[in-house]
Design a protein around this ligand. Structure first.
Ligand SMILES: *Cc1c(COP(=O)(O)O)cnc(C)c1O
Length: 454
C-alpha cells in the first residue's frame, strides 16, 4: 500500500498551486455547511465536484462583465468593433487554438459551438450511415443517459430497433470496469456489422479512462467510424485526437473546463474528413469573407468550423475563455495532469488507510457492514482526477447520509444514486488540505453511522 506522504508535493515543488487564487471558491457559509465552526464559515469549502460543474475563474467574471459593457456601450457595432478586441464575429476563434491544444488537434479540426448532446446528434447525423449489413452502434451499458437516448433515437430514425442495433458493453459479473480485451473481442467478432463505435474518454460514473488510441485503432481496422464523448476527459487528461486518428469527438466545457452552467460545447472532426458535404449547414459555417454578403450558395469553412451553425453566445464564450486563459498560463494539460496524478494518488492512499475501506474484490462479503470501496481503477493510466466511492450496505441508505455529512463539513462531492459519491480533486484549484478535510470528514461520518448501527 502506498504512503500518502509520497504523493505530497512540497511548497517549492507545487508550482501550480498558485492557480487556486484564480478561482472563486464558495465559502463554507455559502455552501450552507452547518457543522463548520463559526470562525471557519468564511473560509473556502473543499470543492470536489469540478467533474460536474467546475468553479468560476475570476477572469471569467471579468470577461463576462466586459461583454456586458461592450454590449451596453457599442450595441450591434460590437460585432466588428469591440472595445476589448474581441469582435463578436470571430470571438469563437479565440478559443480554437487553446481547445486544439487541450484535445491534441489542429486548429481547423475543432469548433467551439452549441452543446454536447446537440453536437453528438449533429455528428451522428454526419457519420452514422447505416446499411443492411453495417448498422450497429457499439457503446457502453451505463452510458450517460443523454448519450443513450441519442443512440436509441438515431438508430430508430433509420428504422432499426435499439435492442438490435445498439450493442452495450458491460463489465464482467462482479467487476466494475469494462475490459479493453472484451471491447476488442466484440470488434473482432462483430465489427463488420458495426457502423459507429462511441465510448466516453472517461466514464462519468466509475471514472474509468478508456484507452482511446487502441480502441480507435481496432474500431477503424474493423471498418467502423470511431467517435468519443469527452465530457469528463477534456481538461482532465492529455489527449492526442489527431495522432490517434479519432474520427470525431464532442465535449461540454462546464466540467473540467469551468465554463459555467450550460456553457458552450465543442467538437472535433479529423482532418481526414475535410471536404465531406455538410448536412446541417448554417450561416456561421460559411466562410467569413462573404458571410455577411449572405450569398445564396453555402461555402463552408474548411474543417470542423464549417459545422458551425448559429452565431455563438459571446457571454458563454467569455465565461469559457476566462478559464481557458488560466489553463494556458498554467502550461496546458500536461503539467496539470502531473499535479492531478499527485492529488488523486494522495486521496487514494489516504482512503486506503481508512478502517472503512474494503478492496473491490471483497465487496461481496462486506455488504452488511458500513464501509466503502473505490470502483475507479487503481491503474493511473486508466483514470483521470476522479475517484468514485461505492458505499455499503448498498441499499441506497448510506450514501445520502455520507453526502449530507460531508456537505455539513464543507466537503462538496457529488452523488450518483443509489450508492456512489464521486470526488474529483481538480489540479487547477484543489489542494492537499482539501483532501485531508475530505478523508477526515468521511471517517467521522462513517464512524457515526457505524455507531448508529446503520
Ligand atoms: C455531462 C455529460 C453530458 C451532458 O450533456 P449536455 O448536452 O451538455 O447537457 C452528456 N454526456 C456525458 C457523457 C456527460 O458526461
Amino acid at each position: 500500500m502506498s504512503n500518502p506522504q509520497d504523493f505530497k508535493l512540497s511548497v517549492g515543488e507545487d508550482t501550480l498551486s498558485k492557480y487556486r487564487d484564480e478561482f472563486t471558491i464558495p465559502t463554507n457559509k455559502s455552501m450552507k455547511a452547518s457543522a463548520v465552526s463559526e470562525e471557519l464559515l468564511d473560509k473556502p469549502c473543499a470543492y470536489f465536484a469540478g467533474n460536474s460543474l467546475g468553479l468560476m475563474a475570476k477572469r471569467s467574471q471579468t470577461l463576462v462583465n466586459e461583454e456586458m459593457s461592450a454590449w451596453g456601450t457599442r450595441g450591434v457595432e460590437g460585432h466588428f468593433d469591440h472595445p476589448f478586441d474581441r469582435n463578436w464575429v470571430t470571438m469563437a476563434d479565440i478559443t480554437h487554438p487553446i481547445l486544439a491544444d487541450l484535445v491534441g488537434a489542429k486548429e481547423s479540426e475543432v469548433a467551439c459551438m452549441s452543446t454536447l448532446t446537440a453536437n453528438l446528434h449533429l455528428l451522428l447525423n454526419t457519420f452514422y450511415k447505416p446499411t443492411k449489413e453495417r448498422f450497429k452502434i457499439l457503446c457502453e451499458i451505463k452510458a450517460f443517459p443523454s448519450d443513450q437516448y441519442a443512440f436509441a433515437s438515431q438508430v430508430a430514425a433509420h428504422g432499426f430497433s435499439p435492442s438490435e442495433a445498439v450493442i452495450e458493453m458491460a463489465p464482467r459479473p462482479g467487476e466494475f470496469m469494462i475490459r479493453e480485451e472484451d471491447i476488442l473481442e466484440v470488434l473482432a467478432k462483430e465489427g463488420s456489422s458495426i457502423a459507429i463505435v462511441l465510448f466516453p474518454g472517461i466514464q462519468y460514473y466509475t471514472g474509468q479512462h478508456f484507452p482511446i488510441e487502441r480502441i480507435t485503432q481496432a474500431a477503424k481496422a474493423a471498418g467502423c467510424v470511431c467517435g468519443w464523448d469527452l465530457a469528463h476527459a477534456i481538461g482532465n487528461v492529455p489527449l492526442s485526437l489527431h495522432d490517434w486518428n479519432v474520427d470525431f469527438a464532442v465535449w461540454c466545457t462546464y466540467k473540467y473546463l469551468n465554463s459555467g452552467p450550460g456553457g458552450i460545447g465543442g467538437l472535433f472532426v479529423h482532418k481526414n474528413w475535410e471536404g465531406q458535404p455538410i448536412r446541417h449547414a448554417g450561416w456561421w459555417g460559411h466562410e467569413l469573407a462573404t458571410r455577411f454578403a449572405m450569398p445564396p450558395q453555402f461555402n463552408a469553412i474548411p474543417g470542423a468550423q464549417g459545422l458551425q451553425q448559429s452565431n455563438p453566445s459571446a457571454i458563454a464564450i467569455a465565461a469559457l475563455l476566462g478559464s481557458l486563459q488560466v489553463f494556458r498560463d498554467a502550461g496546458g494539460i500536461k503539467p496539470l495532469r502531473k499535479r492531478s496524478l499527485k492529488l488523486t494518488g494522495y486521496l487514494e492512499a489516504l482512503l486506503h488507510k481508512s478502517e472503512f475501506w474494503v478492496p473491490p474484490e471483497a465487496v461481496a462479503n462486506n455488504d452488511n457492514k458500513v464501509g466503502f470501496t473505490i470502483i475507479t481503477p487503481t491503474d493511473t493510466s486508466a483514470r483521470g482526477s476522479q475517484l468514485s466511492l461505492l458505499f455499503f450496505p448498498s441499499d441506497g441508505r448510506v450514501m445520502p447520509k455520507v453526502l449530507e455529512g460531508l456537505a455539513a463539513r464543507g466537503v462538496i462531492g457529488d452523488s450518483r444514486k443509489p450508492d456512489v459519491i464521486r470526488l474529483a480533486p481538480c489540479a487547477l484549484y484543489n489542494n492537499w488540505e482539501d483532501i485531508d478535510r475530505a478523508v477526515t470528514g468521511l471517517e467521522e461520518v462513517l464512524g457515526e453511522l457505524k455507531k448508529a448501527q446503520l
